[in-house]
Ligand binder design. Structure first.
Ligand code: TYM
Length: 332
């Protein structure tokens, strides 16, 4: 069975619709056919300043949302990154074969450091993609289901795997990105040329899994569109409508062409109202289940500990191999 690895940062209490449609939906769908490993990447979350108490809550909330969305802890290995020290350890080794210039070219780093300013730009933010490569390479991962914004990080991961292999011998499997066609990039509802992101300028364009259903509906009804009247998919000239159609199509499984046909001659208001309904219908049970799971954090922690045991066993084996290959003396 192909090995699948992916993760999300617990850097906000709620995941958003981009995280869900771009990645989490695929994580769930892949479960039956693969050996899935899903991680809450808390080490990544501290690359920008965090509040410790909030991080703890958000980490549990993120795991609870994975479960609520359909991740089955029996079929999937579900764990928290900091519970498996091999991630940080392999990241160190990989950082020594990563070029400074190579890391400097990462567009997410450039965007984030521009946003946070020179003072808040840490070495951790810079080496973030190397830690991500370690996450993936520790498990002999075949496929990495992510949104389009992770494409460049995946390329770096593949480069590092190949470089290590050619310098020290076959050690890592070179993984492939698994990026959906339609929902790879969900855009902000208020600013449909920017991707939906937790660091959005305004809250009203960001659809959170844990928003109150009335709030979600309102966000869709006030989505920014254009001055035409035609419901037609054309991301270049109609980014707002195209984003709504993308979301609609992914949530319901209806091809975009069919949506265009059934909304021919109808107004934007109809589309927004219907879409608000289908999204709320999809997200409501996830929200309810997440809140239910959060009522028993001890049970959640128990599940995560079990996942960490399973992950650690695999990760430690790979790390030991890496340590041998780079020439470290084995501890007796
Ligand atoms: P993160 O936490 O920013 O996002 C989690 C996942 O959501 C996807 N995503 C989107 N997809 C479509 N439209 C959007 N607007 C949108 N916004 C986010 C992301 O592509 C991602 O799949 N570096 C990663 C976390 C990570 C990771 C890993 C992923 C760490 N180690 C190993 C895979 C494998 C990140 O920051 O994702």
């Amino acid at each position: 069975r192909p090995i699948v690895f992916s993760g999300m940062q617990p850097s906000s209490g709620s995941l958003h619709l981009g995280n869900y449609l771009g990645a989490l939906v695929n994580w769930v769908a892949l479960q039956d056919e693969v050996d899935p490993i899903y991680c809450v990447v808390d080490l990544h979350a501290i690359t920008v300043a965090q509040d410790p108490a909030e991080l703890r809550t958000q980490t549990r909330f993120t795991a609870a949302q994975y479960l609520a969305a359909g991740i089955d802890p029996e079929r999937s290995t579900l764990f928290v990154q900091s519970h498996v020290p091999a991630h940080a350890e392999l990241a160190w080794v990989l950082s020594t074969i990563t070029g400074f210039g190579e890391a400097s070219r990462m567009t997410q780093f450039k965007d984030k450091s521009a946003r946070h300013g020179a003072e808040a730009t840490t070495v951790g933010l810079f080496t973030y993609p190397v830690l991500m490569a370690a996450d993936i390479l520790l498990y002999d991962t075949n496929l990495v289901p992510v949104g389009d914004d992770q494409r460049q990080h995946l390329e770096l991961t593949r480069d590092l795997a190949g470089r290590f292999n050619s310098r020290f011998g076959e050690t890592f499997r070179v993984p492939e990105a698994y990026i959906p066609e339609e929902a790879a990039r969900i855009y902000d509802l208020q600013d449909p040329t920017s991707k939906m992101s937790k660091s959005a300028a305004s809250d009203s364009g960001l659809v959170r899994l844990l928003d109150d259903p009335a709030v979600t509906a309102k966000k869709f009804k006030s989505a920014v569109t254009d001055a035409e009247r035609e419901i037609r998919y054309d991301p270049a000239t109609k980014p707002g409508i195209s984003n709504l159609l993308d979301i609609y199509s992914t949530v319901t499984g209806t091809p975009i062409a069919d949506l265009e046909q059934s909304y021919a001659g109808r107004g934007y208001g109809d589309l927004k109202k219907d879409l608000a309904e289908v999204v709320v219908e999809r997200l409501s049970p996830i929200r309810a289940r997440t809140l239910e799971l959060m009522e028993d954090p001890a049970e959640l922690d128990r599940l995560l500990a079990h996942g960490a045991d399973k992950a650690a066993e695999r990760a430690e084996r790979k790390l030991a191999d890496v340590y041998d290959r780079v020439g470290f003396v084995r501890r007796r």
